[in-house]
Every structure is written in structure tokens, then in C-alpha cells.
Design a protein around this ligand. Structure first.
Ligand SMILES: [Zn+2]
Length: 290
């Protein structure tokens, strides 16, 4: 299918799903952005106001999954997804599993230079490429290196909150692609959208947890949490990150997670596998959409 054909297909499906959730609100087929809830008619595909969204973000290996409005899409790209990517790069580099050279700043004997850390199979190699530095730097370093100077490595900075909200956003969108506007219109999701849109301030204490085991990023799944009771809800897993989202109508999940989740007692969580959206269905079948 052509790129435009896919966009059109997703538009039609999303518009049908919205009309099914809220019949008769719009006279013409209308796609409602699941983040900002602004409505778009089909012209928005051609003039670029609606665009395809990667879930999870492209920088961490995501794939196109649904449409969001271009302003929500761009805002996430600059404010959230860049942080998620840098955090992931740092995490892989620290674990010795980076699959590409990782940019760092190295301070050697008082001289700070731009370097690349190659981390593979648990070993590290630091290179100071000439093209990343002022002329003469590498000669200066060679003199210092011989004197046995100490080395400090500083990773690229990222916003921890921004990275976590990027995962929250990806989890929410995966759920929307799978279940449609009953998710978008549920009052329990309002706090999720507020956190995504007002991303400079933390709204809830706990919404993304680290998995107990080191899962590869390729593992993506939507899970229902059965036990413990205070944790009940929906968890969207992206490799090592577990995004906690409310069940329909559950207004207190983030309070419960904040009150119980930091308890030092070892907790056993029981999950039920729900699925993973390869393409959007918005909770309706193909036949109903036509
Ligand atoms: Zn939007």
C-alpha cells in the first residue's frame, strides 16, 4: 500500500471508530487526534496537519502505528522522544551493548574533547575523532596520555522526566491503536494526556517502571495486571520499560502506585497477555469500518 493510501486507510478507520463511540457529532468523516482531541477532516492528510506517528518513537526502533496531529507529533519529537533515545543509548553503552558509537565528552588531564565510546560485548574503546574536535587536540592528548592522566567520561545529557513521558505517550498510543476512542474518551486517561502535553512538570509519581529482567527492546506487549489489587490496570511493555495505564474509569491508579509501588517488600505481579497492535484497529473490525 502507498504511504498516502495507508494514511487514508488509518484516517477512515479512526473516523469510523470515533463515530461509533460518539455517533453523529461530526457531519463529515472526522479524525480526532488522540493526544489533543482536536478534530480533522480528510483535507488534513494533504495539507500535512495529520501525520503518521511511530510507536515507540523512531529513534528507539518504533514503527508507524496511527495518526496524530502534526503539532502533537512534532512537540513530542523535540521535547520527549530525543530524551528517550539518548537515555536508551546511554543505558546500552553502560551495559556494553551499544550497537553504534556513542557520543561522549571525555576530560583527560584537564582537557575536554568530543569522543566516541564503542561498547560491545562488555568492553569499551574510546576514540577521539579528529573531525569532532579542534585541530591539534589529538596531539595534545597523546602527550597527556603518556603522562598517565586520569580520564572522565560524560554522557550526553537528557531529561529523565522527558524520557519517561515519551514512554508513557507511546504506551497510551499503543492502547488507542488497539482499543480506540473508548480509551481516548475515558475520564481516567485525562491525567495521562495532561502529563503528555504539559511535560515540563511531573503530574504523577509513578507511571513508568523498570522491568525486573533485562528484556530486549524488541519485546512489546500489552498486558493486563491482575494482581496485586492495588496495581490492577494496564501495562504496556517496551523491552525494559513498563508503562502503567489505568483501566477504564479507574481514577486512582497513580495514587495507588505511588502509595504502594515504593514499598521495599518484594512484590509479585501477575499479568495477562492481551496482545500487540501491528496495525491500528481502534477496537473495531474491518467490516464495521466500511
Ligand atoms: Zn494533536
Amino acid at each position: 500500500m502507498s504511504a498516502q493510501g495507508k494514511k487514508r486507510d488509518w484516517f477512515d478507520l479512526g473516523a469510523a471508530a470515533y463515530d461509533q463511540a460518539c455517533p453523529g457529532i461530526y457531519a463529515v468523516p472526522t479524525y480526532v487526534c488522540p493526544i489533543c482531541l482536536n478534530p480533522f477532516s480528510v483535507e488534513a492528510l494533504d495539507d500535512g496537519r495529520l501525520s503518521k506517528e511511530h510507536v515507540p518513537p523512531q529513534g528507539v526502533g518504533g514503527h508507524e502505528l496511527l495518526l496524530t496531529c502534526t503539532s502533537c507529533n512534532n512537540m513530542a519529537g523535540t521535547k520527549l522522544d530525543a530524551s528517550a533515545k539518548t537515555k536508551e543509548d546511554v543505558r546500552l553503552a553502560m551495559a556494553g551493548r551499544a550497537n553504534r558509537p556513542h557520543r561522549i565528552k571525555a576530560t583527560i588531564g584537564g582537557i575536554t574533547v568530543n569522543g566516541q565510546l564503542n561498547a560491545k560485548d562488555g568492553s569499551y574503546a574510546l576514540t577521539i575523532p579528529r573531525h569532532l574536535n579542534r585541530p591539534g587536540m589529538s596531539e595534545a592528548l597523546q602527550r597527556l596520555g603518556r603522562a598517565g592522566a586520569s580520564l572522565t567520561v560524560e554522557h550526553e545529557r537528557y531529561s529523565e522526566l522527558g524520557a519517561r513521558i515519551s514512554w508513557l505517550r507511546a504506551g497510551y498510543l499503543a492502547l488507542v491503536a488497539m482499543e480506540g476512542y473508548k480509551i481516548v474518551l475515558d475520564p481516567a486517561m485525562e491525567i495521562v494526556r495532561t502529563q503528555i502535553q504539559e511535560c515540563d512538570e511531573r503530574r504523577m509519581l509513578t507511571f513508568v517502571a523498570d522491568a525486573q529482567a533485562d528484556f530486549p527492546m524488541t519485546i512489546r506487549r500489552v498486558l493486563r495486571v491482575l494482581e496485586p489489587a492495588w496495581h490492577r490496570g494496564c501495562t504496556v511493555q517496551f523491552g525494559p520499560y513498563l508503562v502503567n495505564l489505568p483501566s477504564l474509569g479507574d481514577m486512582t491508579i497513580y495514587e495507588r502506585l505511588a502509595n504502594n509501588g515504593l514499598s521495599p517488600a518484594v512484590q509479585h505481579t501477575t499479568y495477562e497477555y492481551v496482545g500487540w497492535p501491528i496495525t491500528p484497529t481502534f477496537g473495531i473490525t474491518r467490516n464495521e469500518a466500511k
